[in-house]
Design a protein around this ligand. Structure first.
Ligand code: ZN
Length: 286
């Protein structure tokens, strides 16, 4: 750990609540941006240009109406122009993102892991939150959220090789790219064969790209574990839904993305705890 990083670490350990509140607020602000992504990306709109406006009356959202959590509560969930209800999704996305940010921050600090894990984890939380809400509603996982995450994985490995338990920048970057290509090849084949043999989609292409992005960020072992956790939760949810509706399981179509997202959050929050529980399959982070 270099001098600046260890000084920052010392400050965090001295003032954990202050930094915790800051990270929570950062997460809420990112959540506010994710709300824009969740609304605009499936509609093919830009997420940077054009200021936010009410979809009903066109009222432009002013800065003080755009403060995470606070504004939604202050406006009592209604547009100040036309009193059209604003979905509680805005509030929930901001709150969930804030909570997830502070949880992974707490884990990293508690375990004494390098803070350089944080950009990677925060990026994955953004991917997970967007995927949950977009896939649930539109049954797609857009390239515009999976491709940037793949890039984040490769860049993070190159910049912070310790997140891949490596000393060499080039080697960590190479591992990330290699895992990316490997996941793409394996998942695409599974998707292709599943369609040929079972005549139904095992995975959509969006799922394949999501899993590939996980590979680039976290490596093969974590990706496999997340896929396993997602499949277990997904199957349990599918069976419960089939039982509740008294339908055949084959007739139930639910998007896989939200389960991948939940499994991703469980993994990045609990990987160390899960691994030490199953008997420490991986060496600890240096
Ligand atoms: Zn309005």
């Amino acid at each position: 750990m270099n001098q600046t990083a260890s000084t920052l670490y010392g400050m965090i350990v001295e003032q954990p609540v202050l930094f915790g509140v800051f990270v929570f607020w950062l997460g809420c602000c990112i959540g506010s941006f994710l709300n824009v992504c969740i609304w605009r990306i499936p509609r093919g709109e830009s997420v940077v240009t054009a200021p936010s406006h009410c979809p009903r009356c066109g009222h432009q959202i002013r800065w003080y109406e755009n403060i995470p959590l606070v504004s939604w509560l202050a406006l009592r969930g209604k547009c100040s122009g036309c009193r059209e209800p604003i979905t509680i999704r805005y509030f929930i996305v901001e709150l969930i993102t804030g909570i997830l940010f502070v949880l992974v921050f707490a884990k990293v600090v508690y375990l004494g892991w390098p803070l350089t894990f944080l950009p990677l984890y925060f990026g994955l939380i953004m991917l997970a939150v967007c995927t949950t809400f977009i896939d649930f509603k539109h049954l797609i996982i857009p390239d515009r959220i999976t491709y940037p995450t793949m890039l984040l994985g490769v860049l993070s490995a190159l910049a912070f090789p310790e997140t891949w338990r490596q000393a060499s920048h080039l080697l960590a970057g190479a591992y990330s790219i290699f895992t990316l290509l490997g996941c793409l090849a394996v998942m695409w084949s599974v998707s292709f064969l599943g369609e040929k043999i079972f005549r139904r989609d095992a995975f959509g292409l969006g799922d394949v790209k999501y899993i590939t992005a996980l590979g680039a960020c976290l490596g093969p072992f974590a990706t496999f574990s997340i896929l396993l956790i997602a499949s277990v939760i997904g199957t349990a949810a599918g069976v419960s839904l089939a039982l509740a509706r008294r339908q055949a399981l084959s007739g139930i179509a639910i998007p896989f993305g939200p389960f991948l997202a939940v499994a991703t959050c469980l993994w990045i929050g609990g990987d160390y705890f899960i691994l030490s529980w199953v008997g420490a399959l991986l060496p600890p982070v240096p």
